[in-house]
Design a binder for this molecule. Structure first.
Ligand code: LHQ
Length: 263
């Protein structure tokens, strides 16, 4: 599929997706969201892809919903934002979390509203030291979406999540790192090279097991201990039947580096 609002590239086993509407800070309108949904689905289906990198073109990562698309129109009833969130944002969050391979966000600049929460739904968040995260929703009378009220309290605790969502203050990349919201802060010119190297390195790991680990971590956010122990047992069973386990343990015993195929 040819894309107008995102750029999709493949290098080795890594699929890069770049949000590409820099003139509006990569804010998300329905056509861009449709392209993103399709690109994530393709990355999931393509067995040669073993890590995904998500970033933004220009000076921003993503400024959330394109407010021009969402503006009220005089004389017309209010837009159905519930339907919009279900069609546009929820599928993207589900795709990011259900993709059985790691997703790395390289947050190159401001990430606001749904754009901030898009980043937080990824497995690893690298951020430029000049990036920032703004739960901008309350500034315009809306509530957080795109999984923000699920991930943020779990990442930073209820007190900080309350302040971020109700006050909509800018959180710098360094603060985000200190709060445990993101994985790494990188100098701006090193962001993409480091995130790419990291993604390539992850893509050479035991991808099948990483996918199962992601399932476990997802489930841990809602399961009780017994349910989680059961799931760990089930998925360890699956991991133990994988080619990667066979290779990993053989390589260990032969005192050599493993060559994982990701299955
Ligand atoms: C934009 C946007 C934008 C359009 C910058 N839209 N043009 C779900 C369901 C349904 C409806 C609503 O929303 C949602 C989920 C959400 O995401 S709600 C939250 C939506 N996002 C925001 O409220 C953030 C709005 N943007 C900002 O507050 C600022 O632009 C930030 C803080 C991100 C960056 O500020 P600056 O660095 O000062 O840049 P700027 O404001 O000058 O923006 C540059 C251009 O980008 C500008 O256009 P212009 O033609 O003047 O150069 C902005 O209008 C445009 N832009 N965000 N979301």
């Amino acid at each position: 599929m040819s894309n107008q609002f995102i750029v999709v590239e493949t290098a080795g086993n890594v699929r890069s997706i770049t949000l590409n509407r820099p003139e509006v800070l990569n804010s998300c309108h329905s056509p861009m969201a449709a392209e993103l949904q399709a690109a994530l689905a393709e990355a999931g289906e393509d067995g040669s892809i073993r890590a995904v990198l998500l970033t933004g073109a220009g000076r921003a990562f993503c400024a959330g919903q394109d407010l021009d698309e969402a503006r009220p129109v005089a004389g017309e009833p209010p837009r159905d934002f519930a339907a919009h969130v279900r069609q546009v944002y929820n599928p993207v969050v589900r795709a990011l979390r259900q993709l059985p391979k790691p997703v790395i966000a390289a947050v190159n600049g401001v990430a606001a509203g749904a754009g901030a929460n898009l980043a937080l739904a990824c497995d690893f968040v690298f951020a430029s030291s000049q990036a920032s995260f703004i739960q901008a929703f309350s500034r315009i009378g809306l509530v957080p979406d795109t999984g923000g009220t699920f991930f943020l309290p779990r990442l930073v605790g209820l007190a900080r999540a309350t302040a971020m969502t109700m006050l909509a203050e800018k959180v710098t990349a360094r603060q985000a790192f200190e709060y445990g919201m993101i994985y790494r802060v990188v100098e701006p010119d090193r962001l993409i090279p480091e995130a790419r190297d990291f993604a390539a390195s992850l893509a050479s790991q035991a991808t099948f097991g990483l996918g199962l680990t992601k399932r476990l971590l997802n489930a841990s956010l809602v399961n009780d201990l017994d349910a989680q122990l059961e799931l760990e047992a089930d998925l360890q069973g699956a991991a133990g039947r994988s080619e990667d386990y066979s290779e990993g343990v053989t390589a260990f015993l032969e005192k050599r580096a493993p060559t994982f195929r990701g299955s």
